[in-house]
Design a binder for this molecule. Structure first.
Ligand SMILES: [Fe+2]
Ligand SMILES: [Fe+2]
Length: 453
């Protein structure tokens, strides 16, 4: 269901009324709330067969009517009564004037049309709830009459079918409301995920836009394997939700891992820095006096060099072989700070972390991050997706899989990766490559990103 479906429903309801009652045109106004929360009737459907009009013209789409006595639409909605404004205009009026002129409405003027007679009826559900107003205009003469008006029979007929029409409209609007609620909830979830990791803020929306653009491109393709694929409107919705929520599982990943920029956490580096200060102080105590000045200088320079090596290794870029060798050497560097107590430049677990060959994550942290895909699946599986949206969890679940089974999890192959997940994966990688807001890496230019893809 979508806004488009509601428009289609209203159009076919209006067409049925025109056929049933036998008139040239009609309009439907649906009951909605304006920004102030007041009930208003919004111009939603229009057909004028003699003019070939099949929808509300763009310049009339903003028309809304309050439920008051100032318009026939408003009056019909306010009093919930049928108004039959039908007189034979070509017959003499009470004062004998022929023909009578009927004041033209703003809509008539805008459309270059003349409403000669009108039947205005409230659209009430069997429970008595107002969902809108229908107006039928210009009864088509039967037989050889030159002019016809809406009669009692038309009013009765209109009353009978309007409650059925009201039910259909209410149903469509409820589905649309449900869709709006789901959209709002999805956006709220994305805001919650991205609030935990400001660095990747906007990622879900960008990936969603790119994925939907790819799906539109597939729909435009006429030839080749993609020419056989066509995504329906519901499949677009399904894809939109999967793309917006593909990383929702990150909600379960610990924040410090999610936001990790360098190999060591800031507090770990701080601890090393403190140890180096301590070692320098120990040397200054040990090598006091003019005769030790040169040796003290050499030792302090050695410590400074070691610390700079640590800072260099801490960066998440590809680690040069010689730096990793130097880091391993630093685990042997010790300074005696007190009798029997020694201070190590680097502990084994720190050097292990600093020797991560590429990126900032240790193998354990990488596994933890990769778990977000399983969590995404588990979370999305809990949602009772409505008909046509059942694949949202699976599409999102496959967004880190690769055709050759080297992705994760559960490492499925090409045959188990739906095309929707493939488009999502392409968009996800493209955004990660081109994102300008990651402090740990520069954004690749477009051509380089496409080359990598
Ligand atoms: Fe992901
Ligand atoms: Fe992602």
């Amino acid at each position: 269901m979508s806004r488009q479906n509601l428009t289609t429903d209203l159009h076919s309801i209006l067409n049925s009324f025109l056929d049933l009652i036998g008139c040239d045109g009609g309009s439907i106004y649906t009951l909605e709330k304006n920004l102030q929360g007041d009930d208003v009737l919004v111009f939603k459907a229009m057909i004028t067969r003699s003019l070939g009009v099949e929808a509300v013209p763009t310049h009339l789409r903003s028309l809304v009517f309050r439920l008051d006595e100032n318009s026939t639409v408003g009056r019909t909605g306010l009093n919930r009564e049928v108004y039959n404004d039908s007189v034979i205009l070509s017959q003499p009026a009470a004062d004998g004037t022929v023909p009578r002129q009927r004041p033209r409405s703003a809509i008539d003027i805008a459309m270059g049309y003349e409403t000669r007679n009108m039947l205005s009826a409230p659209l009430l559900t069997p429970r008595g709830d107002l969902v809108g107003v229908i107006q039928l205009v210009n009864k088509i003469p039967e037989n050889m009459e030159t002019e016809a008006v809406f009669g009692e029979k038309d009013e009765r007929l209109c009353g009978i079918v309007s409650s059925q029409a009201a039910l259909v409209i209410e149903n469509s609007m409820l589905l649309l409301e449900q869709e709006n609620i789901l959209d709002g909830f999805v956006n709220a979830c994305v805001t919650a995920i991205e609030a935990r990791d400001p660095v990747t803020s906007g990622h879900s929306q960008r990936v969603c836009d790119l994925t939907l653009n790819l799906a539109s491109a597939v729909n435009r393709e006429q030839s080749g394997p993609l020419g056989l694929i066509h995504f329906s409107e519901t499949q677009f919705r399904e894809l939109r939700y999967a793309a917006m929520l593909h990383d929702i599982g990150k909600i379960s990943v610990k924040e410090h891992i999610l936001q990790k920029e360098k190999k060591l956490y800031p507090w770990e580096l701080k601890e090393i820095e403190m140890r180096f200060k301590l070692m320098k102080s120990a040397y200054r105590l040990e090598f006091q006096g003019e005769e030790n000045r040169l040796e003290l200088g050499r030792r302090l320079r050695e410590l400074e060099l070691a610390y700079q090596t640590i800072l260099k290794a801490n960066e998440p870029t590809v680690l040069p072989q010689e730096v990793s060798q130097n880091i391993l050497e630093l685990t042997k560097m010790q300074v005696q700070i007190d009798e029997g107590e020694v201070c190590c430049a680097l502990h084994a677990h720190e050097s292990q972390r600093l020797c991560i060959p590429r990126g900032s994550l240790s193998p354990e942290e990488r596994i933890e991050i990769e778990k977000h895909v399983s969590f995404t699946y588990e979370i999305l599986k809990m949602v009772p997706w409505s008909r046509g949206l059942e694949q949202v969890p699976t599409i999102a679940h496959r967004h880190h899989e690769k055709l050759d089974r080297t992705g994760y999890p559960p490492k499925v192959g090409a045959e188990d990766i739906p095309i929707q997940s493939r488009m999502l994966t392409i968009a996800d990688i493209y955004d990660a490559l081109t994102a300008k807001d990651r402090p740990y890496k520069a954004a690749f230019p477009l051509d380089k990103a496409l080359e990598i893809l």
